[in-house]
Design a protein around this ligand. Structure first.
Ligand code: SF4
Ligand code: SF4
Length: 186
């Protein structure tokens, strides 16, 4: 598992949420199956390094605003994932492809009024999913490779744009096609 980013406030006592509604005031997700809830899920996450501050979350949803993944995929919502955690929806969360869509960018952490650090919680969820063989080590590594490739493509495009360099469309399309072929054939 990737090393978690440490912050000075990780061990701060949780500030009081005086105006925030408790999580249970939120509408219950339609897919909620009460007999399949794991009420220890939140504490299980909190027991992992980086997951401690899940206890501070009051499900305000601020983290969802400005999430770059939500901007391109309206089905991805970190607030929904947080609420599923608080409701104890362990199976749904750990088996969901959504936990692999996060860019691990820490933007939600910066905006969070409770300094919950949802980014590191996402790392914990991934660690748990791999540990329980819900995702193979090969798939985990492949996703890491795709992340790196995405960064290379972004780097080349931005640098080419700013430095007025030619970015060969054929070269770019060739590289993307090769990765795509490799990815879908697995
Ligand atoms: S992680 Fe922070 S911003 Fe997101 S719902 Fe919880 S308290 Fe709000
Ligand atoms: S760390 Fe993940 S959930 Fe948080 S803002 Fe970035 S992409 Fe969204």
């Amino acid at each position: 598992m990737a090393k978690s980013k440490k912050t000075d406030d990780t061990n701060d006592p949780a500030p009081k949420a005086e105006t925030a509604p408790p999580a249970t005031d939120q509408p219950v997700p339609a897919e909620l199956a009460v007999d399949q809830l794991d009420l220890g899920f939140r504490e299980e996450i909190a027991s992992h390094p980086g997951g401690e501050n899940i206890r501070r979350c009051f499900a305000c949803g601020t983290c969802a605003a400005g999430c770059p993944v939500t901007e391109v995929d309206s089905d991805y919502n970190c607030r929904r994932i947080i609420r599923q955690i608080l409701f104890g929806m362990r199976e749904e969360v750990l088996s969901s492809p959504q936990i692999w869509l996060c860019l691990v960018c820490y933007r939600c952490y910066v905006r969070c009024p409770q300094k919950v650090n949802f980014t590191d919680i996402m790392r914990v969820l991934r660690y748990m999913a791999v540990k329980e063989n819900r995702v193979s080590a090969e798939t985990f590594e492949r996703i890491n490779e795709l992340d790196r490739f995405s960064q290379v493509v972004r780097h080349d495009l931005v640098k080419g744009f700013l430095e007025k360099m030619d970015v060969s469309r054929e070269d770019l399309e060739g590289r993307i096609a090769a990765v795509l072929k490799e990815t879908v054939s697995q």
